[in-house]
Design a protein around this ligand. Structure first.
Ligand SMILES: [Zn+2]
Length: 144
């Protein structure tokens, strides 16, 4: 168990479904893994018992690139949870592997929009030590 500073707000904990534990372990390990269908290569997110595309139950946990594109974003100007003091952003990212994740972008507000911006995943400890997958702008220019 991670030592928690007494004054740090507690990060809301994931609600664990039947298939979520390996994904959260991979986040704690700093390298996100998602289920891939061994039959048709569809990436499942959220995790589940069968491929939603071909109904195969031959699923494998594989690492993902962590690179993606911002689909949508919003800035909240009201604090709903102590762990997320306002203002804070929420983004939807489509990973290269196809899964869409909802997270936060560690960047100053853009002059225009973040939609279409390339991002990459980081594993950021919250103030209480709980690690969450978040994103930063991917500006290294190595994308094809
Ligand atoms: Zn499949």
């Amino acid at each position: 168990m991670t030592e928690t500073p007494a004054e740090a707000p507690r990060t809301p904990q994931p609600v664990m479904g039947m298939y979520d534990a390996p994904m959260w372990q991979s986040i704690r390990d700093g390298a996100l893994k998602l289920q891939h269908c061994a039959s048709c290569d569809t990436v499942l997110y959220p995790p589940g018992p069968v491929c939603p595309h071909c109904l195969s139950s031959e699923l494998e946990w594989r690492g993902v690139s962590g690179r993606g594109t911002v689909l949508s974003w919003v800035v909240f100007h009201k604090t709903y949870l102590d762990a997320y003091p306002a203002p804070y952003n929420v983004i939807a990212v489509r990973l290269e592997e196809g899964a869409v994740l909802v997270s936060n972008l560690e960047a100053p507000l853009p002059e225009g929009s973040w939609i279409g911006k390339q991002v990459r995943m980081i594993f950021k400890p919250m103030p209480d030590g709980f690690v969450l997958p978040k994103f930063v702008l991917d500006t290294d220019g190595t994308r094809s």
